[in-house]
Design a protein around this ligand. Structure first.
Ligand SMILES: [Zn+2]
Length: 354
């Protein structure tokens, strides 16, 4: 049967029998005679068919090379390649392949599954990473500022990413995996978590652990009052018996005073310059002007950044000139600082959009 078809195929001319050659190629594939099928597609210069044969043979290396050389054929190669990676359990590579195949829906599905699995298995750093990647994908999907559903989805994924990144610090501290000498970043991460969690109860995030970190580490940072409040809150919760004594001793120490936090540790809002208490709950926003505190994700301390839009009278070029002002007056220096940080934020947003 194949021999007869091969004889007929060889008599066909490309000029007059293009469709018949294509039909032969399909039969060759059906009968797993890939060399003949490949030859037929080469005669037709049919790149789609050639890539499909590479896929059928699971010759991923050559298929990928052809897909790179023929960008309009990416989906022909990357969709089945991603399916294959999924079967092999290579989920992260699979989501990248689905992305290249133009299947953002499947990319998002995998990223969400990866994030959820990491959360269930208490791999908090991985959970933060996958939620962040999901957030970036969702950000790319937003077409306009009226796309409220898309914006909410993006913000939710971003928030979960922040939460799990910060909680990873607490988890490592409690498991004795902290390598830094200073524990201020653990304390800062714990305060940050209390401020952004609100009524949220993400899976495997333990409020007991967070309040415990604040209560135990607060005094070292000069946050006596905050630590005492955290320990009082802990008393209303069910805490592990191994912590009970530590909590009791720490409470006694703190009750010896002083009963207020050192002034220098209260975060200053970069927008209205007012000091806020360490635990301000308000979605980590300033209690006076509602501007969000921007955190470093290395130290979890607040950074002097404010977000603003230029008034229509000031052009981008004028703003840049103001930033470069060498000997500004006190007022101008203030403006320059704000412009500088504003441009930084806008720059980050633009880069993120890219
Ligand atoms: Zn403020």
């Amino acid at each position: 049967m194949v021999e007869e078809l091969e004889d007929t195929y060889k008599k066909l001319s490309k000029q007059h029998n293009e469709e018949l050659i294509r039909l032969c190629a399909k039969y060759f594939i059906k009968m797993e005679h890939y060399e003949l099928a490949n030859e037929a597609y080469l005669r037709l210069s049919d790149m789609k068919g050639i890539i499909e044969i590479k896929v059928a043979l699971q010759n991923w290396k050559e298929g990928m090379l052809l897909a790179k050389l023929n960008p309009h054929m990416q989906s022909v190669f990357y969709k089945p390649y991603a399916d294959y990676l999924m079967e092999q359990g290579e989920f992260e590579k699979a989501q990248e392949a689905y992305k290249r195949a133009g299947r953002k829906d499947l990319t998002l599905e995998i990223l969400h599954s990866l994030a959820e699995s990491a959360t269930i298995e208490k791999r908090f750093k991985d959970a933060g990473y996958y939620y962040w990647k999901e957030a970036l994908e969702l950000l790319g999907e937003i077409d306009n500022k009226e796309d409220y559903e898309g914006i909410n989805k993006y913000k939710n994924a971003r928030r979960l990413s922040y939460i799990y990144c910060a909680y990873d610090v607490i988890d490592n501290y409690l498991l004795g995996r902290t390598t830094f000498k200073s524990t201020s970043y653990v304390f800062n991460a714990a305060c940050y978590l209390i401020n952004i969690l609100g009524t949220l109860k993400p899976l495997n995030i333990s409020l007991v652990s967070i309040y415990y970190a604040i209560g135990i580490l607060g005094a070292e940072q000069g946050a006596y009052s905050t630590a005492l409040k955290a320990l009082e809150t802990l008393r209303t919760m069910k805490i592990p018996s191994k912590w009970q004594n530590i909590v009791n001793i720490q409470s006694i120490k703190l009750q010896a005073g002083p009963f207020i936090d050192q002034e220098k540790i209260n975060p200053i809002c970069s927008c209205c310059m007012n000091a806020n208490p360490l635990l301000h709950y308000n979605d980590d926003r300033c209690l006076i002007c509602n501007h969000p505190f921007i955190r470093s994700f290395i130290s979890f301390s607040t950074i002097s950044l404010v977000e603003f839009k230029l008034v229509s009278k000031i052009s981008h070029e004028e703003a840049m000139d103001l930033i470069k002002t060498k000997h500004p007056s006190k007022h101008k220096r203030f403006v320059s600082l704000y412009l500088y940080v504003g441009v930084m934020i806008i720059g980050r947003m633009v880069n993120k959009k890219k």
